[in-house]
Design a protein around this ligand. Structure first.
Ligand SMILES: Nc1nc2c(c(=O)[nH]1)N[C@H]1C(S)=C(S)[C@@H](COP(=O)(O)OP(=O)(O)OC[C@H]3O[C@@H](n4cnc5c(N)ncnc54)[C@H](O)[C@@H]3O)O[C@H]1N2
Ligand code: MOO
Length: 451
């Protein structure tokens, strides 16, 4: 099959703008990602995305109840001139308040959350009452007399349905669930909720230079991208399996076949092995698949080329068949430099995961604080690490202020760890202090970006 962009088949190693590449990935991958939902306990649903609209099964509150510890009065008692009443039996929260006499002379001590006795319409808070022949500051006992100020019907009463009406749409599908949604579901007696199932992502990182040996031999490095992608994906709600790979393409395909059966991934992300070197393991694995000599895996489509951006220029996109009628397995080959992996994740993978769950991430803009002037590169969009700060003005407005890192190397992991934004510098553009720039949250779970 052909990869396509806006119905145009992709030929050879076409080059794309960052926006085009994001679209290319979404158009070619989304049809192969699963669209199943699952039922989870509400306690485990926070951070998950609701699969179906949730409608209120009942009114909330379900019964009129008191908003204060106080005395319940009838309608006629609210404004009558004689303000002294006889105190009835206590009505505690949780009681049914049934079988109580209705009288304009009788008031009932009702506690916060207790049902209002039938025929009673208002509550006077306890501290506004004057119990006769009793110490102030305590509830009058049953049978004694109490003086109450005038009040109006409905005062301090939480009416039926004042929070929620039965049948009302309470949580729209595609909403990322928060602890407050969890409380709302619990208040309706829902123990479980239907959410999109977590995407299973296989993360392949390594190369012959990457080792997990305690003592680093000369020329060797540690795996930074495995933990990076693993944590980013888990933060975005995915389930992950991480596998370390070498530069051996046949071994990579053998590992892949094994993990496909054990873990059943919906998506593969690899970092490294896609550019112009002699030992590009991902490219070589695709080369082996093209020969058709690998059982259990078929190459349905592949593209390796450049996106006109820095970092994250080299990119790879693969669709694998599994030799049966299961959906094609999408595989994104991310560039190996840690910052390039991070940038590609932010610009391509994160929006893909969000779109898959029906969420579109908002475009954000901020003002350039420092340095005073930034120039774009020729023919390439540059994504620079930055610190974004929200500045709140006394007139109630707020804006994002961007301080952009001057250094651009894709190996500068320490500097990336201090950034919380990625700033988009258009090709050949010049920006002075105060100029508006698009930015993307770095290191921030995508679902919290929509809240
Ligand atoms: N002749 C050319 N060479 C390169 C080009 C190019 O256009 N022409 N592009 C450069 C750019 S830009 C990038 S980005 C890299 C991308 O190359 P690969 O994706 O093939 O990545 P590798 O070569 O495997 O690794 C690049 C770099 O990253 C280190 N690395 C890899 N994996 C990890 C890991 N898990 N943890 C930490 N660091 C990792 C690796 O050791 C290399 O230093 O290609 C440029 N070259
Ligand atoms: O584009 Mo590479 O991703 O600069 O380091």
């Amino acid at each position: 099959m052909n990869l396509t962009l806006n119905s145009r088949p992709i030929a050879g190693a076409d080059s794309f703008s960052p926006e085009e590449y994001r679209s290319l990935v979404q158009q070619n991958l989304l049809p192969h990602l699963p669209s199943e939902s699952e039922t989870v306990a509400i306690e485990k649903a926070v951070g998950r995305v609701l699969a179906e609209d949730f409608f209120a099964p009942a009114d909330l509150p379900a019964f009129a109840n008191s908003q204060m510890d106080g005395y319940a009065l009838t309608d006629a008692a609210c404004l009558r001139s004689d303000r002294v009443f006889t105190v009835g039996a206590d009505v505690a929260a949780g009681s049914a308040a049934s079988g109580l006499e209705v009288s304009n002379d009788l008031v009932y001590p009702v506690m916060t959350g207790a049902p209002l006795p039938a025929g009673y319409v208002a509550v006077v808070p306890e501290e506004k009452a004057r119990p006769l022949g009793q110490t102030q500051g305590s509830f009058a006992v049953a049978g004694s007399r109490v003086e109450l100020p005038r009040t109006s019907p409905d005062s301090f009463v939480r009416q039926v349905g004042s929070d929620v009406r039965a049948g009302e749409l309470l949580i729209e599908a595609q909403t990322p669930l928060t602890p407050v949604h969890c409380a709302l579901l619990a208040a309706h007696g829902q123990a479980e909720v239907s959410v999109h199932r977590r995407l299973r992502v296989l993360v392949l990182t390594g190369g012959d230079e990457v080792t997990s040996e305690t003592k680093l031999a000369s020329g060797k490095i540690r795996d930074a991208n495995g933990p990076l992608l693993g944590r980013l994906l888990e933060g975005a709600g995915a389930q992950t399996r991480r596998v370390q790979i070498s530069d051996d393409a046949a071994a990579l395909l053998a590992t892949l076949r094994q993990v496909l059966d054990e873990f059943g991934p919906d998506l593969v992300l690899s970092s490294g092995g896609i550019s112009h070197g002699k030992f590009e393991v991902v490219k070589n694995a695709v080369g082996l698949l093209k020969t058709g000599a690998t059982s259990g895996l078929e190459l349905a489509a592949s593209w390796f080329g450049h996106v006109a951006q820095q970092p994250g220029g080299p990119q790879g996109l693969i669709l694998l068949g599994r030799g049966d009628d299961r959906p094609l397995l999408p595989w994104l080959g991310l560039p190996g430099n840690p910052v390039s992996t991070l940038v590609t994740y932010t610009l391509v993978v994160e929006p893909l995961l969000a779109r898959w769950q029906g969420i579109s991430l908002p475009a954000r803009y901020g003002r350039l604080a420092e340095p005073a002037e930034i120039r774009g590169r020729a023919g390439k969009t540059e994504f620079r690490r930055a610190r974004v700060k929200t500045v709140y003005a006394p007139d109630g407005t707020s804006s994002s202020e961007l301080t952009v890192d001057e250094q651009t190397g894709s190996h500068l992991l320490h500097r990336a760890s201090r950034a919380n934004a990625l700033v988009e510098i258009e090709p050949e553009a010049t920006y002075s202090a105060g100029a508006s720039l698009r930015w993307y949250p770095l290191n921030t779970p995508p679902l919290t970006q929509t809240l």
